[in-house]
Design a binder for this molecule. Structure first.
Ligand SMILES: [Zn+2]
Length: 340
């Protein structure tokens, strides 16, 4: 009898059903009064007294195992019947998991930061709502400079002037006011100009400026830093050139061009057949700017540069319309999914 119990125990543990009729036949076969258990309890009465204890124990184990199996199978069938009705087809391919991607401007900003951080530049931040001193006066803007006029600047208040910053140079001033040289930092951020929106201009855009002030900082340092940046950003075959220019806050000043990435310098409509495209403005920090921030221009010198992140991104991916960056059209944005 013991053998019979063990055989049934195995049968119970291996039993599997997928529907309610199957479950019912399990119940009839094992648990019901006329089932295997009922028969065995009947047989137990015939077992000699000295074996009754051990056989009875085994039989109870079988009973428990069968009952447990029954409740497990009932649960399984109940859950299968609720999910089965939803028409779930496990053979279908999985639903595409839509992972977003960083905005192309963010990707470019992170890349710029990465390049300058390796040269020892910190990343600095400052307010977008600024006063006249930090946005204009401390930067050696003459009182009558056209950038101060209403058509270029969004003024929030007049007298005293509060405005939306027109460049990230305000962060340079705030750094120099607070910190003694050496100062070596880049300032990425959003800036605002009161301009009509077109393929080449927007009322807000992003800049990265850089500032390095220390003893004996010269124009050669500026050139080498930006040359390194251009090679890292656009590839090592890139050529760079400096064109003399004018900014109130630097002296001497230079605009920086790189070889046109589209025509490789041969001339095309993007570079207006010049073979060069402008990427940044730069120069040695004007002594008046250093004085405004209580830094002695006889002891310290510095260079500064600034570039538009939109411009860098447009060159990097050959995008021809500035407005695309702010339109949030996913058909445009999805194209940068695999870039990072
Ligand atoms: Zn070109």
């Amino acid at each position: 009898m013991e053998e019979k119990i063990q055989a049934l125990l195995q049968e119970v543990s291996a039993y599997s059903v997928t529907d309610k009729p199957g479950l019912e036949s399990f119940r009839i076969k094992f648990i019901s009064k006329k089932g295997a258990l009922g028969d065995l309890f009947e047989e137990l009465k015939q077992v000699p007294v000295e074996q009754k204890k051990s056989v009875g124990k085994s039989l109870n184990e079988l009973k428990q195992a069968a009952e447990q199996k029954f409740s497990e199978l009932s649960e399984l069938i109940a859950s299968a019947s609720t999910s089965g009705d939803t028409g779930l087809d496990l053979t279908l391919p999985p639903v595409d998991n839509k992972v977003g991607n960083l905005h192309p401007l963010t990707q470019t900003r992170l890349r710029i930061i990465e390049i300058f951080e390796r040269l020892g530049f910190n990343v600095a931040d400052g307010p977008e709502i600024e006063d006249d001193w930090h946005n204009f006066s401390a930067l050696n803007f003459p009182e009558n400079h056209p950038a101060r006029e209403m058509q270029d600047t969004f003024f929030i208040e007049k007298n005293p002037d509060i405005l939306l910053r027109t460049h990230t140079s305000n962060v340079q001033i705030r750094m120099m006011e607070k910190q003694k040289p050496p100062i070596r930092a880049i300032m990425p951020g959003r800036v605002y100009r009161n301009e009509a929106i077109s393929a080449r201009a927007h009322c807000f855009f992003h800049q990265v400026e850089g500032l390095y002030v220390d003893k004996n900082v010269g124009f050669a340092d500026l050139k080498q830093t930006l040359y390194h940046f251009a090679k890292e950003m656009y590839g090592k075959d890139i050529k760079i050139r400096f064109r003399p220019s004018y900014f109130p806050f630097t002296e001497p000043s230079a605009e920086i061009d790189i070889t046109c990435l589209i025509c490789k310098g041969k001339g095309c409509n993007v570079c207006k057949y010049a073979g060069w495209v402008e990427i940044a403005g730069s120069g040695m920090v004007h002594p008046n700017v250093l004085k405004s921030c209580n830094i002695d221009p006889d002891e310290y010198t510095g260079f500064a540069f600034g570039m538009g992140i939109e411009r860098v991104t447009m060159l990097r991916y050959q995008i021809n319309d500035l407005r695309l960056f702010a339109e949030n059209d996913v058909r445009f944005l999805r194209q940068f999914q695999s870039v990072t």
